[in-house]
Each structure stands twice: as structure tokens, then as C-alpha cells.
Design a protein around this ligand. Structure first.
Ligand code: SDX
Length: 393
């Protein structure tokens, strides 16, 4: 177990590790969190309960749930001096830049969680990280629109607290819309973990060096930002806006198939799922429920997305390559409907995925046999050769 990684030379682009947290069957389109179906948890559980499950391996009893949620509430605020970190950014900095920087900055604050050999340190780190990520994300958004940061209100549930920190202003009372809070909780559950995806593998590799745990999580945020990964949800909405109308769908599908064009249909395809991404199915159904509560598909984005899916899944290029909608294809439609701005879509993914990063980090760091991760390569460069003076070159 080298930081969770074993490298099999037969596979040039993947390395694998052992984990008991999440199981994916890509052919069947199955996703299990500690043995429970993620889509069933999305319908019957809540994000805090799923966080407990991912961290501890079992669903909590009532008293365990209350102790856990109380502990999370205790950690939702930021150290006041952390607020100065935001002012160093230009107002239009991308929230993901602020999120990764400020999470890394937590490593300069908390010395009571750096001894990861101590189970108590590990527990405080997990609860503090899960509690603070929404506060930091909402504060980044507020900074970008020139509004004051809103402090957490701990009588609210996790999702409602975040929405209030995002949209409340000091001058007025703010009532969280339960439809938005419920939709957000479902999305956080479905984004919570996903086996050895790029950002989780980044957290494990960084963490295997023994670096500060908050810095390891910050490396995962940086990896998630890319459009091939968590940045795809923001790219999907931009792409749907660019398509604009069903009459343009064929043109964009042709572009996606053109090997001379780097353009890809964002929100489609997956390294592991060669069947429907079960998360996309739940999110698509939830789109209907949320949009109905907000006056319907007024901008036509859902209708356009569903038409795009229908046409693509009949096209030989997509069928042959088993390219189905993934978790990012429909999530932005819900985020938009509940008022989340496009540049906050990937931070939303990061909020949900933080528990997965923390669970994998703790699983790895708690293993006494853990060693630093050290993937190898297939060398394709020059063979050994003698130095030549510049005059002779
Ligand atoms: C996430 O790993 C995870 O679990 C990630 C994630 C998680 O929860 O952590 O599920 C979250 O990152 C979802 C993916 C979000 N990204 C996108 O939606 C971006 C668009 N998708 C593609 O870039 C791509 O599908 C990936 C990155 C998701 C997967 O890349 P792969 O497995 O390396 O696929 P590939 O590049 O090898 O593609 C195989 C073929 C290629 O064509 P050929 O060379 O065989 O002719 O499929 C084509 C690709 O050109 N292809 C696409 C395509 N995705 C793959 N063609 C057009 N549009 C696409 N979206």
C-alpha cells in the first residue's frame, strides 16, 4: 500500500489502490457508498448522515447522528484573520482559486490536527474540513460580488446554512427556500464520493507524503477545477447556452465527433461508467421537480439538455464509445434554478466531494502499512548520450 497506490505496468494510465469506501460497477452503472446505493441514499437519507457513513463505514444511530451534526455546527465559523485572505484576491478571481488557497491556508492555523497518528486529531480535522468548506465557498462568492461575508447560523441544517450564507444580506431577513435546500442536499449526496477519481487520487498521493491534511485537500480542489473533471458542470451550462436552440444540436454533435476539433460534449462520457451514470439519472429527475417549483423550464435549458441527450444517444459515435451523460450534465440546471451563479458550480462540487476526499485521506493515513505513493512511467525519451559543447552543436 504505497500511499494507497500500486502501479501495474500493464496499465499505462491508471494505478489502483485498495479502499472500502465506494464501489462503482461501470458496466452496470452501479454506485455504492459503503455498500448502500447512492441513488437510494439520495432519496432516503441526508448529506450529514451520508458524511457519517462515508467517514465511519456505518449509518449513524440517533445519538451518533446528533453528536456528529452538533460537532459539525461547532466548526462552521472561520477564524476572523482568515477573512484577510480573501482581500488579497482581485474581486473577479474565480471562486475555485480562492477555495483552494484558503483551504491550504487552514494548514497555517490548526496545529491541533497535524498529528495524523492521533485518532482525535484525525476526527477534528474531518469535522472541521466538512464544516468549513461551505463557509469558505460562500464567503468567496460574497467577496466576488462585493457583499459582506454572512456568518453561519447553526440552527439551520447544512444545506440551508450554506444557502443563507450565499444569499442573505445583513440589511434584510432571509428565509431559506426548502425546495432549494432539499435539492442541494440531494446534489451534495450524489457528489460525495466516487472512488479513485482524479481529485481523490490527488488527495491520496499528496497526503501519502505526510503533508498537512488541509494542504492535501487543497490539492484535490485544484485537480477538481479542470473542465475534464469537476469544471465540466460549469462548462455544460456555457455549452447549452452556446447551442441555444434544439435546431443547433446537430451542429454541436458533429463538432464533438470531428477528430480534428478538440471540442467535446461537456457532461458526456466517463472513464469508468460505460452505461448510464446513476447520479445523472437521479439529477435529471430532480431537475423536473425543482423547475416545477420555480415556474418551469423558463429558459428551455432542461428541454435542450434532454433533446441533446436523446439525439446523442441515438448517434453511432456516442453509442459505439458508450458515451452517456455523467454527473455534470444536469447538475448545473438545478444549481441555476436555485440561484447559484455559474462560476460557483464547481465549488458546489467541491463542497459535496470534501467528505470523500477526507474519508479517503483518513483511510490511507490510518493504515500503519502506508508508504509514500510513487507511480512509475514508461520512458520514451533519448537513450544515454555524452555532453557536447555549445560550439559543437
Ligand atoms: C467527472 O473519474 C470520475 O469518477 C470523475 C467524476 C467524479 O465523480 O469524480 O465522475 C466527475 O469528472 C465526470 C466527467 C466530467 N467531464 C466531462 O464531462 C468532460 C467531457 N468528457 C470527456 O472529456 C471524457 O469523457 C472524460 C474526461 C470524462 C473521460 O475521458 P476518457 O475516459 O479518457 O475518455 P477518452 O478521452 O479516452 O474518450 C474515449 C473516446 C475518444 O474517442 P476515440 O479516440 O475513441 O475516437 O470517446 C471520445 C474521445 O474522443 N469522447 C468524447 C467525449 N468523451 C469521450 N467525444 C466527444 N465528447 C465527449 N464528451
Amino acid at each position: 500500500n504505497t500511499g494507497g497506490f500500486t502501479f501495474d505496468p500493464g496499465f499505462t494510465s491508471t494505478c489502483s489502490c485498495e479502499s472500502a469506501i465506494t464501489f462503482i460497477d461501470g458496466e452496470k452503472g452501479q454506485l455504492l457508498y459503503r455498500g448502500y446505493r447512492a441513488d437510494e441514499l439520495a432519496q432516503k437519507s441526508n448529506y450529514m448522515e451520508v458524511c457519517y457513513l462515508l467517514l465511519n463505514g456505518e449509518l449513524p444511530t440517533q445519538s451518533e447522528y446528533e453528536e456528529f451534526t452538533d460537532a459539525i455546527r461547532m466548526h462552521t465559523m472561520l477564524n476572523e484573520s482568515l477573512k484577510r485572505f480573501f482581500t488579497g484576491f482581485h474581486y473577479d478571481a474565480h471562486p475555485m482559486a480562492m477555495l483552494s488557497s484558503i483551504v491550504s491556508g487552514l494548514s497555517a492555523f490548526y496545529h491541533d490536527t497535524t498529528n495524523t497518528a492521533d485518532p482525535e486529531h484525525r476526527k477534528i480535522f474531518a469535522r472541521r474540513m466538512i464544516a468549513k468548506i461551505p463557509t469558505i465557498a460562500a464567503a468567496a462568492y460574497k467577496y466576488s460580488i462585493g457583499q459582506p461575508m454572512i456568518y453561519p447560523k447553526n440552527e439551520l441544517d447544512y444545506s440551508s446554512n450554506f444557502l443563507r450564507m450565499m444569499f442573505a444580506v445583513p440589511a434584510e431577513e432571509y428565509e431559506v427556500d426548502p425546495v432549494a435546500a432539499e435539492a442541494l442536499d440531494v446534489l451534495l449526496i450524489l457528489h460525495a464520493d466516487h472512488e479513485q477519481n482524479a481529485s481523490t487520487s490527488t488527495v491520496r498521493l499528496a497526503g501519502s507524503t505526510g503533508c498537512n491534511p488541509y494542504a492535501a485537500i487543497s490539492s484535490g480542489i485544484a485537480a477538481l477545477w479542470g473542465p475534464a473533471h469537476g469544471g465540466a458542470n460549469e462548462a455544460v451550462l456555457k455549452q447549452l447556452s452556446a447551442i441555444g436552440d434544439v435546431s443547433n444540436v446537430d451542429k454541436f454533435i458533429a463538432k464533438a465527433k470531428d477528430k480534428n476539433d478538440p471540442f467535446r460534449l461537456m457532461g458526456f462520457g466517463h472513464r469508468v461508467y460505460k452505461n448510464f451514470d446513476p447520479r445523472a439519472t437521479v439529477i435529471r429527475e430532480h431537475c423536473h421537480k425543482v423547475l416545477k417549483a420555480y415556474g418551469g423550464d423558463t429558459d428551455g435549458m432542461l428541454e435542450l439538455a434532454m433533446k441533446l441527450e436523446e439525439i446523442a444517444l441515438k448517434d453511432e459515435y456516442f453509442v459505439e464509445r458508450k458515451l452517456y451523460p455523467n454527473v455534470d450534465f444536469y447538475s448545473g440546471i438545478i444549481y441555476k434554478a436555485i440561484g447559484i451563479p455559474t462560476n460557483m458550480f464547481t465549488p458546489m462540487f467541491a463542497i459535496g466531494r470534501t467528505v470523500g476526499w477526507v474519508a479517503h485521506y483518513l483511510e490511507m493515513i490510518s493504515d500503519p502499512g502506508m508508504r509514500i505513493g510513487r507511480p512509475r512511467q514508461i520512458y520514451t525519451g533519448a537513450t544515454e548520450r555524452p555532453y557536447t559543447d555549445i560550439a559543437g552543436r
